[in-house]
Design a protein around this ligand. Structure first.
Ligand SMILES: [Fe+2]
Length: 341
């Protein structure tokens, strides 16, 4: 058995050498804020397919600062992160370069990528309504309706300044303008069962404990909790709630994204584009999205069955770039109404 294995390695090694011989630069450098365990299987699949080695640099915080500090000598080819704000920051700091690729343009819907090809979303996370299972009539909801006085003292949510909520408030702002957003925020604030704090999973925890009836939280936490990946307590919280995909009135469900850019000074530009093109392939989209219970961006690729069970996602098509540009104003409004007080 051992011998067979060694032989296998030898063949693999020779193959890798052979490919490396064909193309001197058969490697690509990925800077990412995403947990290594999450993306490694995907990158290994790419290497097995293409022979290209993917070197990863995991940067938990200050990714844009790091790439900026490295300047023209940066070895970053692809920079991958979550939250539209972080993607736009890379563009605004002139750390990304435009990419024209018919593969990327066909796979990633227009609202989920930069018109000039400087960033591309790779997966989506939706801001969903978690609710007490006893609310059997609650099978649809709008974000607007969270300000309805019928929810007085019944809503749990994390800080209004957290990026997940800032992006939602920003989307509301783009859609409805400042005046309506402010009164909506005041309404939601008046409906809170407790201080706007904690994490998204705490919304499920507090619904399970009968502290509140409804709340907003991200889609992937449903999978993380219900799968038991976060332990038995979280599994109980996940099972204690029902989940509704809310929409804006006349619109869709608010989503944020994970995504990537080709770095401005990418030493392996061609390989960087090829890696991005792989990441939007059917195979990679399924692997990547399912690794963390996210929604694939490519139409026709199925999400994890646990997400599918929540019903179909019709994502809101407000351009993400508009949402990113209004985050500051959204944050100021949350502050103005004392959302977190
Ligand atoms: Fe999260």
């Amino acid at each position: 058995m051992l011998r067979l294995r060694c032989f296998g390695y030898f063949v693999g090694f020779s193959l890798a050498l052979g490919l490396a011989g064909q193309a001197e630069s058969a490697e690509v450098n990925l800077y990412t804020t995403r947990e290594p365990g999450l993306i490694r299987p995907l990158l290994d699949a790419y290497t097995a397919k293409s022979g290209v080695t993917v070197n990863t640099v995991f940067v938990e915080k200050g990714l844009a600062e790091r790439v900026a500090a490295e300047g023209a000598r940066s070895s970053a080819d692809v920079v991958m992160t979550v939250d539209i704000g972080n993607l736009i920051e890379l563009v605004d700091r002139d750390l990304a370069q435009p990419v024209r690729s018919s593969v990327l343009e066909a796979a990633v819907p227009a609202p989920l990528r930069d018109q000039d090809g400087r960033w591309f979303a790779l997966s989506m996370r939706a801001r969903l309504l978690y609710a007490d299972k006893a609310l059997s009539d609650l099978n649809a909801a709008t974000y607007e309706s969270l300000a309805d006085p019928k929810w007085r003292g019944k809503i749990c949510i994390r800080s209004g300044q957290h990026p997940y909520n800032t992006a939602l408030i920003s989307a509301f702002l783009v859609r409805h303008g400042a005046e309506k957003t402010e009164s909506w925020l005041r309404g939601v604030k008046a409906n809170l069962a407790r201080k706007a704090a904690g994490g998204d999973r705490d919304v499920a925890r507090d619904i399970a404990a009968d502290l509140c009836d409804i709340g907003l939280a991200n889609s992937y936490y449903v999978g993380l909790m219900r799968s038991g990946r976060g332990g038995p307590d979280q599994q109980k919280w996940g099972e204690a709630i029902k989940v509704v995909l809310p929409t804006f009135e006349g619109g869709g469900t608010h989503v944020n994204v994970s995504g990537a850019v080709v770095a401005k000074h990418a030493p392996h530009r061609e390989e960087a584009v090829k890696l991005l093109e792989y990441l939007v392939s059917d195979e990679a989209q399924a692997l990547y999205a399912r690794a963390d219970f996210e929604y694939p961006v490519k139409a026709g690729v199925a999400a994890d069955p646990m997400l599918q069970a929540l019903g179909p996602l019709a994502f809101d098509t407000t351009p993400l770039v508009e949402i990113a540009r209004n985050r500051k104003a959204a944050s100021l409004l949350a502050d103005k109404v004392g959302f977190d007080n």
